[in-house]
Design a protein around this ligand. Structure first.
Ligand SMILES: Cc1ncc(COP(=O)(O)O)c(C=O)c1O
Length: 415
């Protein structure tokens, strides 16, 4: 599905050129998708949304009814998410948490931390001990960089574990970290269990096998210390296929596999925290072809905007799926620049050869003034981009399937 329909298409065609590029988010499609994901998971599996994928407040609000909480990875995300969806449970994860961020999280009453190192554990214990007014202990999930059976992470686009990395604790430190929490030296912290987000971009069978392996490892760790873990967070990382936008992660298969993991570990609450696979599909980046030219035998369409707004293809090295929406009118008295019969490369306005959104797109006869809409732009898109390089205007932000109000980055239409 890389061709927009309905209100997304209408808006992409009706916005004045000066109001492009624009992000268009389909909130109704997002809610339908999130509800389907929730329904595919066993009731005992908690679904958190990794806000880093897209922290747009209206996206957070649309997800809130279908999720059990939000994973945040910085003090900034924490404050932002707490304001956007007040009252929803938060888990504070991510590497390099500063003491000030952890103290602010404790002040806000955040009750669950994914701890990444023994130093972080000591800092949290110290900060929690200083807060005598706090109700109840702070729950800790120790994040581990586990080795899982070889090959399981190989399909992932972004492996964060299973090899040397700055993420989580090394498994060799597991007994030390558990002892620190179990021997009474961190009295205000309570060890709830283990967290492991090892890779992004895995298919359901691999991700399910990782979850089973992590659960087995965590159970053995708990056994060694005569403990029972109550929680296991197996992270996000569900595959989004940018080459085949109609394909979907097998949520039903993954849900069934998680149910088997849960049955093998009674009393353990499983949690997942997807980002990309929840929001990628609801976002579209709509723009206009400014120029079409032939260079050394290849056709290029230069669009308004580029990878400073939609960095996803540059960051991942893929072609962003897109569709051309032909526009009839041409306001200039000279001939309209037009492509040939071959494939086209879509480039942006930046002075770097890396500013390419999609290569080898079959877009025969594309013309300056046509509209182009890039699909799967709802995750790791605007919020991971280098917005101000070359000082082009920021894109507009529009919502369909909810109330369409321009977001803070909305560009003023050209008069
Ligand atoms: C700790 C953690 N959890 C969840 C996610 C979400 O991953 P994805 O968007 O691939 O589902 C990430 C992404 O980097 C992460 O670092």
């Amino acid at each position: 599905m890389n061709r927009p329909e309905g209100r997304v298409r209408d808006l992409a065609l009706s916005l004045p050129a000066g109001a492009l590029p624009a992000y268009i988010y389909d909130l109704a499609a997002l809610a339908t998708h999130a509800a389907a994901v929730r329904a595919a998971l066993p009731p005992l599996v908690e679904l958190y949304y990794a806000a880093k994928a897209n922290p747009e407040p209206r996206i957070l609000a649309a997800l809130a009814p279908h999720t059990d909480g939000f994973e945040v990875s910085s003090g900034g995300e924490l404050a932002h998410v707490a304001a956007a969806v007040p009252g929803h449970p938060l888990a504070f994860g991510g590497p390099g948490k500063t003491p000030a961020e952890m103290a602010a999280a404790l002040d806000r009453g955040v009750g669950r931390f994914h701890v990444e190192s023994t130093h972080e554990l000591r800092t949290l214990a110290h900060l929690a001990a200083a807060r005598r007014d706090r109700q109840g202990p702070v729950l800790v999930l120790l994040r581990f960089n586990l080795t899982v059976p070889s090959g399981l992470l190989a399909g992932g686009a972004l492996a964060m574990g299973g090899r040397p990395s700055p993420f989580g604790l090394d498994p060799a430190e597991a007994d030390t970290a558990v002892r620190m929490l179990a021997d009474g030296s961190c009295p205000h912290l309570e060890l709830a269990g283990v967290h492991a987000h090892l890779a992004s971009g895995l298919a359901a069978p691999e991700l399910a096998a990782v979850a089973a392996a992590v659960a087995g490892w965590a159970a053995a760790l708990a056994d060694r210390h005569g403990l029972t873990f109550r929680e296991l967070n197996v992270g996000g990382g569900m595959h989004v296929d940018y080459a085949d936008p109609a394909a979907r992660f097998d949520w039903a298969g993954y849900g069934a596999a998680l149910a088997r993991v849960a049955r093998a570990h009674p009393g353990l609450r499983l949690r997942i925290e997807p980002g990309r696979a929840l929001t990628a599909y609801c976002g579209w980046y709509a723009t206009e072809v400014l120029d079409v030219k032939r260079s050394h035998g290849e056709d290029f369409a230069v669009v308004r905007g580029g990878t400073h707004h939609l960095r996803t293809p540059a960051a991942r090295g893929h072609d962003q799926p897109c569709a051309v929406l032909p526009v009839a009118g041409w306001p200039f008295p000279w001939p309209r620049p037009e492509g040939g019969s071959g494939p086209v490369t879509f480039a942006g306005q930046l002075c770097t050869p890396k500013d390419v959104l999609a290569r080898a797109v079959p877009a025969a006869g594309i013309r300056a003034g046509d509209r182009v809409v890039f699909a799967l732009a709802g995750a790791y898109a605007w919020n991971i981009s280098h917005h101000d390089f070359l000082m082009h205007p920021h894109p507009g932000v529009h919502f369909v399937g909810g109330q369409d109000t321009p977001g803070p980055g909305a560009a003023a239409p050209e008069s």
